[in-house]
Design a protein around this ligand. Sequence first.
Ligand code: DGJ
Length: 747
Amino acid sequence: MPNNKNLIYVNKDKLEFHLTNQQVSYIFRIFEKSKQPEHLYFGKSIQNRPSFDFLIEREPRSSINLNEKDYTSSLEHTKQEYPGFGTTDFRYPAFELEYPEGDRVSNFAYDSYVIHEGKPKLKGLPATYTDSADEAQTLEIILREAHSDLRISLFYSIFEKRSLITRSVEFHNDGKEIVKLNHAMSMSIDFPDDDFDMIHLNGAWARENHIERQPLFKGVQSISSARGASSHIHNPFFALARPETTERQGEVYGFSLVYSGNHLGQVEVDTYNVTRATMGINPYQFQWKLQPDEAFQTPEVVMVYSDTGINGMSQTYHDLYRNRLARDPWKNQERPVLINNWEATYFDFNEEKIMEIAEKAKETGIELFVLDDGWFGERNDDSSSLGNWTENKAKLPNGIKGLSEKIHKLGLKFGLWFEPEMINKDAPLYQEHPEWVIHVPGKPMSPGRNQFVLDFSNPEVVDALFDQMDAILIDGKIDYIKWDMNRYITEPFSTRLPHDQQGELYHRYILGVYSLYERLLERYPDILIESCAGGGGRFDPGLLYYAPQAWTSDDTDAVERLKIQYGTSLVYPLSSIGSHVSAVPNHQVGRTTSLDMRSAVAYFGTFGYELDVTQLSEDEMNQMKAQISFFKDNRQLIHEGIFYRLKSPFEGNETAWMIVSQDRKEALVSFYQVLAHPNPSYSRLKLAGLEEDTLYSLDPDAEERFGSDLNTIGLLFSENERQRGHFWSRNGKSDFHSWIVKLTAKE
Ligand code: DGJ
């Protein structure tokens, strides 16, 4: 029987469940022998029918079965939805419980189901949401065990108009005994074949989110973090794409975890070519003591299906994360063009210098001034004062309040840097509470950037940091916070948690981080927060729920940024991608690129500058003014449009992408050439997403072209022609060139 929205069909006799909309279908049933959910299908939307039992694949096999004289009940040969440990399936499970008797064998069976209108909130965790209950429906499958008082709820949500399913799990202890949760993934799915490439985003500090793509092999392959943060190394995302899938064509499944801590995305291909994909909190170094009457909520995974290639998958993520993960008031509000003083001054500034930069920046059209690291305690380098969030009066004689007033008087908004989770040993807080630092008493503590991590699993620590930040924010009239986090967790041990709950530390830490974000936003709902972790060390959907933009990388070099931003765009919308124009020679790689090239890359994100404007020539100041005005004219298009990747920086010397407005009436195309070539060939850049029968006028070329020929033939140019772009540097043929074309539909 369909419910009133026709998003979830349930065959009550056969216990089959079909979640479907115009784009996607997700089908599973309850296996009558084990009473466990059996996966049947995930992919392109298919017609509903009374039963999908033709999808059941069941060969008699001489393996270990659930019953004697029964050769078709082995879970090893059953495609499952949320496999447990210890019976007839030897693949990696989705969860593992340790019972009071010491065994880890689970036998959960279907109990009942509930359909919720909309999407229930996840307790204490960020998640995608609905604005009104009629946008989505959620199926809750309840599993119970005969030999324990445990209950598992599997949540599946389907939005009416999105090609995705979200999943999460809640464990309940309804009994009187403590049970240990050793492994609690957010989802698991068994695909019937292994004809996939695994795509993921790999990196390191200053080279985040580089795209990796490899064919699956038989065995286990995974991406993960055990660093206490989602990390620079592996973004909490992977995709399974058909080998023939390209940017614009073919099938791909995306898996994105709405979480900022230790994670695991694992794909296991068994010897029968079944592909098990799981994702969730990394079980390594995790254990949760599930107390009587307690529930444990896993984070959410967003599973996107696209049959329009990798770009189609990205567009689905972009729209969801922009509109149903980012929250009001910033989700649809124009983000201010900012200037940040970090690469301009590092720690060496005073109020006078800051005001000089701010005044000059104001002339160019900048809207927000951000004071970065070094304004507090005795902080003149990276070895001191974190945890002491009081103004350094030697640098700022009028305090943050006084500086903020002056900046506001100029007509700029004012933003401030914090690194709330960290402490240096010279901070008074450390002297008072050395036990608030994550460490093992009596064992050495490893410094990272000379700092240590506060134990955010302890609510008293979170309270203390809230109070310190509140004292600054309350008088400072702060419009924006840059929340940084510059080291990973080592020596994981909390002096507050009992010995047998140390496995909870990493997860409780992230819950503490989320709770501080939530408290700050409750008190200061209009503040715009940009998250940061030494660049993109915690650029994940979990934090985008609180901080709708993130500093993508400490690497501000335009050429490096092509790869970083291109990779980041696989999952994250441009409105979340912090991108700034910085000085040359670039501080990370020493490269000198033109101001045009730097701005043309930085436009495609939350645009800003990170250089000493007082050092710019008049000509450069004029260029900066023109760039800011260009960005403001196109800001809405860039932040709310549909993004198409056209040429990959991972495949050659040229990169191109474009953004098309939702009504397809406007578009910006951007092309980048890293190195110049002598006597180059002609080339064509095929565009995408334009309305076929619409006539567009091209600026700066003053040509008129139909969407159909731009989509199928493209822009034709030789290197000489490229020079016609108005952001093209005029100094002849040289390296690092960019070219931007604006398309506007003719009325
Ligand atoms: C690392 C950040 O990524 C930089 O942008 C800057 O804020 C520094 N930290 C400050 O210490």
